[in-house]
Every structure is written in C-alpha cells, then in structure tokens.
Design a protein around this ligand. Sequence first.
Ligand code: ITT
Length: 198
Amino acid sequence: MMMNKIVMATNNANKLREVREILSPIGIEVISLAEAGICCDPDETGTSFHENSEIKADAVYNAYALKNHSNIEVIADDSGLCVDALGGRPGVYSARYATKGQECAKLLDEMKDVPDEQRTARFICDITYINVYGSDFHFEGVCEGSIGHEERGENGFGYDPVFMYGDRTMAEMTSEEKNKISHRAKALDGLYKFLKEG
Ligand code: ITT
C-alpha cells in the first residue's frame, strides 16, 4: 500500500470529495488547503487545462514551502466541459460560464436548437502532480458523452445534470459509478500508475 500524503490545490469541495473517494482506498491521503493551513486562489490566466492546473499546483507548492520551510507533494485539477456544437466552449472557462447553479440552464438554453446528433461533448481533466523536489507531472483524462435536453439527477455537481453518459446523466449516477468512468478518475488512474512505479 502506498503512503503518499498530498495537498490538493482546490477550492471546490466536490472535486476534493471525488479525488478523496478515488485515492484514499488506494492508500493516498489527500489534504485540503484548510488542513494544510494555506489560503490560495491564484488567477487562472492560462488558455489550456494543462496551464491552469499547473498554475494552481505551483501556487500551493510555493505557499506551503514559504509557510513551513519544507516541501510537500501537491495535486491540482483543472477541468471543464467541451461542447462540439459550441466550438469547444465553455472549455477552460467552464467555472466562469454562468453564475454557480445556473450553468446547466444556460447551456440548455444556448443549445435549444441543436439536434441530437450534434450534441456530442466531453469532460476533460488535467491533473498536475508536483513531487517533493518541485518537479511537475501531468495526467489527462477524457470522458465522452453528450448534452441532454433537460436537467436530470441530484448527484454530482456543475454540468453533471445535463451530461449524458449512455442513457443516464452523470447526476443520475452514484458517486461510485461516476468515479469509475469520469475524466477525473481517468486522470487519477494515470497518477496512480506513475506513483506506483515509484
Ligand atoms: P478550483 O479551480 O479551485 O479547483 P473550480 O471549480 O474553479 O475549482 P475549474 O477552474 O477547474 O475548477 O473549473 C471546473 C468547472 O468545470 C467546474 O466548476 C464545473 O463547472 C465543471 N466541471 C469540472 N468537472 C466536472 C464534473 O466532474 N462534473 C460536472 N462539472 C464539472
């Protein structure tokens, strides 16, 4: 069993929950920013998931070192929804697309005239992992699906109620089901294999 202890550079409680659900059973302890005693919310000025996740991970790695005069492993998750009919939007701007809680309604409205066969979309997640020596490594995960016509389901967060995976939305899945197929789970699988190789 691995015994890594990693700080997660996120202010999104749902991401933290999902990452913990996936990593704690395989022996990786994930610490929140609050538990690490750090406040950190850097501007996400990048134009890709890769750049933005690295910005967040670097900021936390540096903040921790400054405060504690020691280093710790860090992960960050930058993710979003890319809709083909919208030229890949909202993409890296998924968190800023609409007021929190209104993102699904806005997306459904923007896509009301788009026919079924053109409603394909994917969730993308880039995880940056920084080891104790400060080296960055990236792991990407993609989950293919489509945008439904109405909000369905109570689980998950963000765009889950409109993201169709097969004949259900991600919000209709249990977290165990989502954590087997999600973009986040796939990216974390890459991280796990990397850490296991040592
Ligand atoms: P941090 O930067 O603090 O981690 P954030 O929510 O701002 O939190 P992002 O900038 O990566 O994170 O934006 C990701 C957005 O994409 C998120 O707010 C959701 O709207 C959406 N998203 C990402 N993963 C999702 C998932 O699994 N289910 C539904 N929506 C998701």
